[in-house]
Ligand binder design. Structure first.
Ligand SMILES: [Zn+2]
Length: 329
């Protein structure tokens, strides 16, 4: 028996809660698990001009990391409420846009597993090879042995899994034409601190927009005093094959060899070991390793990342930091 997902109910009631002409909701596709149809929904809020600045919020790629989906849903919920009364926000959204797929892997979430229902890790599934052999770690970096083990990439040469392909197509359609686009994909599970990762996951060096990222990092340090994030490339911790955001970023780069448009995909890896340290019983449950299980800690986690999301939305609209970047590197 698969779980009836509260998260899907919450997304559906979010869709029903708004009649704003600024909000467009779609059912992009669905997966079927045990005869149950599980939809993948998206939200586009604000300007329909493809060149407008965009912030993208993504969650639920890994089915066990439910907290990421919860953070995205709670942010969207607040945004839709604000749209009922906040004229300033409406003004901002006339010339910019927030888009989202809050739950990318509903099949995995309903089955209580990291992978999708086919046993494929959607964050190891893109056609990208890690380049720094010594930073690769056995299995964790992605492998093709069997879908019975975690971090399975899928068969060599096979098409991307449906959920991963949906994200690629969606980002291309809704972000690639923008002058400035930033995205955050919410995960949890690695380490004690919240890591705000920028590309690449596949290699330590050679990230073409390093100067822009460092300029944005300076702005975060300067604006969000005492912030909690460790801002670094994922490859600082470990490298992986098949990273979805590496793949999408490289596709964007190929279309923009002269860097007229900027697309920076970030991954927020919420450090769940702290939740486990404060409540060690959690270690005995699969979900407990990846999610805050105590009410006050859950609420704190929901609130914790709003300033960063608000900041990034501002940064997409006020992109002077892009021009300053040449002074840094
Ligand atoms: Zn994850």
């Amino acid at each position: 028996m698969i779980e009836k997902l509260q998260e899907l109910k919450d997304i559906k009631s979010l869709i029903q809660s708004t009649d704003s002409e600024m909000v467009r909701c779609q059912e992009l596709d669905h997966v079927v698990v045990e005869g149950e149809k599980l939809p993948i929904f998206s939200f586009e809020i604000g300007s329909q001009d493809p060149s407008s600045p965009v912030l993208g919020l993504f969650g639920g790629i890994h089915g066990l990391e439910r907290v990421g989906t919860h953070v995205v849903i709670s942010y969207l919920q607040s945004l839709l409420r604000q749209l009922k009364w906040d004229k300033d926000l409406k003004e901002q959204l006339k010339t910019s846009r927030i888009i989202s797929i809050p739950l990318i892997n509903p099949g995995g979430m309903a089955m209580h597993r990291r992978s999708n229902p086919n046993g494929v890790d959607l964050m190891r599934n893109a056609p990208v090879e890690a380049q720094d052999e010594n930073k690769n770690s056995f299995l964790l970096s992605g492998h093709r042995y069997t879908n019975k083990l975690p971090w399975y990439r899928g068969k060599e040469g096979a098409a991307m899994e449906k959920e991963a392909a949906i994200v690629v197509d969606y980002v291309k359609e809704h972000m690639f034409e923008a002058q400035t686009s930033l995205s955050v994909d919410f995960h949890s599970g690695f380490g004690m601190v919240d890591r705000f990762w920028y590309p690449y996951a596949k290699s330590i060096g050679n990230f073409p927009n390093l100067s822009e990222v460092l300029s944005l990092k300076d702005l975060i340090d300067d604006t969000l005093h005492h912030h909690i994030y460790k801002i670094e490339p994922q490859s600082q911790s470990y490298t992986t094959h098949g990273d979805l955001w590496d793949f999408i970023y490289d596709e964007h780069m190929q279309l923009n060899p002269n860097k007229e448009k900027l697309f920076l995909p970030f991954t927020l890896e919420m450090g769940s070991w702290n939740w486990v340290r404060k409540n060690p019983k959690q270690i005995f449950s699969a979900l407990g390793m990846f999610n805050p299980m105590i009410e006050h800690r859950f609420e704190r986690t929901m609130r914790r990342h709003w300033p960063l999301i608000d900041f990034l939305f501002k940064a997409t609209r006020n992109s002077f930091w892009k021009e300053q970047s040449s002074n840094i590197v």
